[in-house]
Design a protein around this ligand. Structure first.
Ligand SMILES: Nc1nc2c(c(=O)[nH]1)N=C([C@H](O)[C@H](O)COP(=O)(O)OP(=O)(O)OP(=O)(O)O)CN2
Ligand SMILES: [Zn+2]
Length: 146
């Protein structure tokens, strides 16, 4: 696993957890204006998810690291992103599997699971690297987090 310092923002929560993971996936951007990226190709994505909260669960976890990975890995590893309902929609750029949209989708997917937990953790940031030279940081609207 690559070691990297991720950008962070100050927050008022007592705990901050970070989970690194990678997954292999293929995609294409369904718009010829995306150039080469409109052709089917693949990446090994590196993701770092930041989860914050004030309370721990019965195990003393904010959330189990392995659960965070499982939610993403089981769904997207070795898959065609365009084949997922999250990224299907003609002429809907917010549903194209761009790095921006994939980062937001990872955050929303994990948050929907965290919403069911009694200690109410929050996914406050997703760092998603698509290539050695390109990455996106997604943070939900500040008002939704703090
Ligand atoms: N804002 C975005 N721009 C681009 C995205 C994207 O998701 N959001 N995606 C692509 C392509 O899918 C491509 O896989 C990545 O592009 P790029 O970083 O240009 O790839 P390179 O490795 O060739 O970059 P170099 O630094 O030139 O080696 C394109 N743009
Ligand atoms: Zn790509």
């Amino acid at each position: 696993m690559i070691q990297q310092i991720y950008p962070s923002v100050p927050h008022p929560y007592r705990y901050e957890l970070n989970k690194d993971m990678h997954f292999a996936a293929a995609h294409y951007i369904p718009d010829e204006r995306a150039g080469n990226c409109s052709e089917l190709h693949g990446h090994t994505y590196f993701a770092n998810l930041t989860i914050v909260g004030n309370e721990l669960d019965e195990c003393g976890f904010l959330v189990n690291f392995s659960l965070v990975k499982k939610l993403i890995h089981d769904r997207f590893d070795h898959s065609l992103l365009n084949g997922h309902a999250d990224f299907t929609g003609d002429k809907q750029p917010e549903r194209y599997p761009t790095t921006e949209n994939v980062a937001r989708t990872l955050c929303e997917l994990v948050q929907s699971h965290l919403d069911g937990m009694a200690n109410k953790p929050i996914c406050s940031q997703v760092f998603l690297r698509e290539t050695p030279s390109s990455y996106v940081v997604y943070r939900p609207a500040a008002g939704a987090v703090i």
